[in-house]
Design a binder for this molecule. Structure first.
Ligand code: NI
Length: 398
């Protein structure tokens, strides 16, 4: 047991955290009913600020228009720790039939950020009660726009929220991990998600005379197929890479060969060299296939977030905190995911670890993936997430 002041120890804090369960659920459900998509979190950030304004001993600022930062300066000297929660929802029509269903048509907290926000609100409330006995400084980052590149994290970093921070931690409720488990990954954990667009420029004509046209649909179909050969034939199978063509738009009539076809999709990599190499290979394939068929092309790649890479030393420390707090059986050696996260922006400034808190429950039908219209969480994960952050933050401050 770690003790930083006679009146404060982690066991007492963790016990105190347990009493937050009803409040966690209430905050989460309120946010769930009132979702706002990336860069539009006006009511959400106001709600966060209003809750924070009832807490004594913290300072609250707005780093950007729709984000909030609370700073707690402890009564004892110590390091500076940043804890991040993302607050935005997704442009999805909710299909869950629950009392706290989204009241905004076409917007839904389908990734669990409502839960992240509730957890970190509870964390501020709890720690602020013990300000005098606390060490160092904690910055609670309620970040906007995780779901839409270029993302909110970069904007907050530019506003200086990470200046002087020693460690940064964050978590994601994870519906594909059973509730009761916490997943930690040392090193590369989440991929860099880059997006591409490609126009195939052919020559339109009558569908009955394809020889007089250059069919961009036929060429585009070959491009889609050939792109998959990059991953399967040109790259080391031990290097994880995904190329997914997710849009193929062309044509407007059954008897007309169109002039152009539009392809778009996403590239996921971990390795910095591959992140540059894969688009080069893609362009080579697109160039070759289009040229071979008398078409031309236009290819553009837009870089998304950097990969989330967890600091190995800090990860080991947090693994020990998880087993000490919850028992050995709670720690789950999760595999990296090709999903992306702008938590990586904070990791450019200080060693950080992003944790995955199990929120799934197959027996109770809580089994849909993130970003699904029926995404749900087992709300017991809120309490686990809170206690994880209590134990982790407290330890990092000592
Ligand atoms: Ni998310």
């Amino acid at each position: 047991m770690t003790t930083i002041a006679p009146t404060l120890d982690v066991i007492a804090l963790l016990n105190e955290a347990k009493a937050f369960t009803p409040q966690l659920v209430a905050w989460r459900r309120h946010l769930h009913m009132h979702p706002e998509v990336a860069f539009h979190e006006h009511e959400t950030s106001r709600f966060v600020r209003d809750v924070l304004s009832t807490i004594d001993g913290i300072s609250v600022t707005r780093p950007t228009e729709t984000s909030v930062m609370a700073v707690l300066r402890g009564g004892q000297p110590g390091p500076t720790i940043a804890v991040r929660a993302d607050i935005d929802a997704l442009p999805i029509l909710e299909e869950n039939d629950v009392g706290y269903r989204s009241q905004v048509d076409g917007a839904m907290h389908a990734c669990g950020h409502d839960g992240h926000t509730a957890i970190v609100l509870a964390l501020v409330t709890l720690f602020a009660r013990h300000r005098d006995a606390m060490r160092g400084e904690v910055r609670f980052l309620f970040q906007h726009a995780e779901e839409l590149a270029p993302g909110g994290a970069d904007e907050m970093v530019k506003q200086g929220v990470m200046d002087g921070v020693d460690h940064v931690i964050g978590l994601h409720l994870w519906s594909t991990l059973p509730c009761g488990l916490i997943g930690l990954i040392a090193g590369p954990a989440m991929a860099a998600p880059d997006n591409f667009q490609c126009h195939i420029i052919g020559k339109g004509g009558h569908a009955a005379a394809p020889h007089e046209a250059v069919d961009p649909i036929a060429v585009g179909a070959l491009v889609v197929t050939a792109l998959q050969h990059i991953v399967s034939r040109a790259l080391d199978p031990l290097d994880p890479v995904v190329i997914s063509v997710t849009q193929f738009i062309a044509g407007s009539a059954y008897n007309v060969i169109p002039n152009t076809a539009y392809l778009a999709g996403t590239v996921r990599t971990f390795d910095a060299k591959l992140r540059t190499r894969v688009p080069e290979l893609m362009e080579r394939v697109i160039k070759g296939v289009t040229e071979a068929h008398g078409a031309t092309y236009d290819f553009a790649l837009e870089r998304g977030y950097r990969p989330v890479v967890n600091d190995p030393v800090l990860t080991t420390r947090l693994e020990q905190i998880v087993t000490r707090t919850f028992g050995d059986e709670t720690l789950f050696p999760l595999r990296p995911t090709m999903g992306g996260e702008d938590f990586s922006a904070y990791q450019q400034k200080a060693p950080g670890v992003f944790a995955f808190v199990g929120a799934g429950n197959v027996a109770e039908g809580v089994a849909f993936p993130h970003h699904h219209p029926r995404f749900q969480i087992d709300e017991r994960s809120l309490d686990i997430g809170l206690r994880y952050l209590v134990a982790a933050t407290f330890d990092l401050l000592s």
